[in-house]
Ligand binder design. Structure first.
Ligand code: ADP
Length: 182
């Protein structure tokens, strides 16, 4: 049974098949979640990343997770927010879709996403949460895997946004009983 959930946690600590990194196009490490992942994965990660670079916005690459408890790191590059005028919403959806395609190709059963683009890249947090949940829901409806998609939120405000988005976009439609108006 495939499903989505959200938690508040540090993504580097999770024992899942794959964690997703909000990387930059050179895959060279940076601040935020990218920095935390590079520090925790250890010195072999930069070399593995160099072989896969560059990675344009919306695309994804995969490396081993080295010292992390996860098996894989899927590096995806979110869009920098420019007021919504440069296809940022489509690019962010592509990050989730392309990460999930890579996950399926590597038989990943559980995958954890951070709130891509909502830190240094400035994407509005509520809109990003809606795009993340809707894109992953559509992917699961089409492909029925990976089994578990976990949205990892670093702060309580982001967690609350994801809880609301999951509620809004994954409510099961109950068919109206005969003779009842919906
Ligand atoms: P971007 O450059 O794509 O905006 P950031 O790393 O600046 O990426 O931020 C993306 C999100 O990741 C933010 O919501 C930030 O709070 C969150 N974040 C930062 N560190 C961690 C971590 N260790 N685990 C999970 N999320 C994190």
């Amino acid at each position: 049974m495939s499903g989505m959930s959200c938690i508040q946690n540090d993504i580097t600590t999770l024992r899942v098949d794959a964690i997703v990194n909000a990387a930059n196009p050179s895959l060279s490490g940076g601040g935020g979640v990218d920095g935390a992942i590079h520090r925790a994965a250890g010195p072999k990660l930069p070399e593995a990343c160099r072989k896969q670079a560059p990675c344009p916005a919306g695309e994804a690459r995969i490396t081993p997770a080295f010292r992390l408890p996860a098996k894989w790191i899927i590096h995806t590059v979110g869009p920098v927010w420019h007021g919504g005028t440069r296809h940022e919403t489509e690019q962010l959806a592509n990050c989730y879709r392309n990460s999930l395609h890579l996950a399926r190709q590597h038989a990943v059963s559980s995958i954890a996403f951070p709130a891509i683009s909502t830190g240094i890249y400035g994407f509005p947090n509520p809109l990003a949460a809606d795009i993340a949940v809707q894109t992953c829901r559509d992917f699961l409806q089409q492909y029925h895997s990976p089994d578990h998609i976990i949205f990892v939120c670093f702060d309580p405000q982001t967690l609350s946004l994801y809880k609301q988005a999951l509620h809004r976009f994954t409510k099961t439609e109950t068919p109206a009983a005969p003779g009842q108006q919906k």
